[in-house]
Design a protein around this ligand. Structure first.
Ligand code: 8Y7
Length: 277
């Protein structure tokens, strides 16, 4: 057992966990704003939980490549009511995908159990808001900003740079009061990375797992799969499963996905085999 506390719920991270994606943005690239009204969103959440998701990641800011920033009040309006409705109906961990301190605070007050920040708490007040919430945080690596990050990503040594950044960021946050047991790390597949950068990070993911914080991975339907397999975004499920199986084998704990059922089957089977060793 390796229990991690997520607000009012605990999860055993010695088992793999599927985090189902709920985009409440009007423009998210692979589900096109399907879930931007509350009723549709709740139905989708219900089916993801039935399929075995233990975490639901609610995001109101599109961070896909080329996306524009959304205003703070718009993000709050999209995210806070949905989190509140999910928590009043379902027994699940709700993760808030945000970089804004105010959104972190308000989300934690309506029952969010995890802060998922693609900017690793770099915005003003974000570390303080996260510390005050008492919630765990996923620190993700990104080079550049969503608007331009895929223009020309460059690294001398991508694996060292990304993993060292995450480790340093974790220590920095701990020094400002974030509990070490409330940290998880994510290499940020597709966030300012070329095909080869993504593949090298995935190949070496074990070295990030070795840093001792739980690792979250999110490759669902991403461009790296299109680059390798030459598949459009609606035909990347098998490619996604391949990446996530590789990440599971290397010790990742949480898998952020659109397709919950197939991942629960994949990861449960892999875990069951691993248990025999
Ligand atoms: C990730 C993420 C996205 C990821 C974490 C997309 C919000 C882009 N990707 N959060 N968010 N890790 N932790 O294609 O890889 O889903 S948005």
């Amino acid at each position: 057992m390796s229990l991690m506390r997520f607000g009012d719920k605990s999860l055993d991270l010695s088992l793999p966990h599927v985090m189902g994606i709920l985009n409440v943005t009007p423009d998210s690239f692979s589900d096109g704003g399907l879930y931007s009204n509350i009723d549709n969103a709740l139905k989708h959440v219900e089916s993801m939980i039935a399929d075995g998701a233990t975490i639901i990641d609610v995001g109101g800011e599109s961070t896909r490549p080329g996306a524009e920033l959304v205003g703070l009040s718009e993000e709050l309006d999209r995210v806070v009511p949905i989190i509140e409705s999910i928590k009043s109906r379902f027994d699940v961990v709700v993760s808030v995908d945000t970089s804004q301190a105010v959104v972190m605070s308000e989300a934690s007050q309506v029952g969010a159990g995890l802060i998922n920040d693609v900017r690793a708490l770099t915005k003003d007040g974000a570390i303080q808001a996260a510390v005050k919430s008492g919630l765990p945080v996923c620190l993700m690596h990104m080079q550049g900003a969503p608007k331009n990050m895929q223009a020309k990503p460059v690294y001398d040594s991508v694996v060292e740079e990304v993993f060292d950044y995450l480790e340093e960021r974790a220590h920095f946050c701990v020094n400002l009061g974030l509990k070490s047991e409330n940290i998880m790390l994510d290499p940020g597949i597709g966030f300012g990375k070329s095909k080869d950068h993504n593949l090298m990070l995935l190949n070496q993911l074990g070295a990030l797992v070795d840093k001792k914080w739980p690792v979250l991975i999110g490759a669902s339907r991403k461009t790296v799969i299109g680059d390798v397999l030459n598949r459009p975004v609606n035909d990347r499920l098998f490619g996604t499963l391949g990446i996530h199986a590789s990440a599971m084998e290397r010790g990742a704990s949480i898998f952020r996905v659109h397709d919950v059922k197939s991942h629960v089957d994949l990861l449960t089977m892999m875990y069951r085999i691993k248990q025999e060793s």
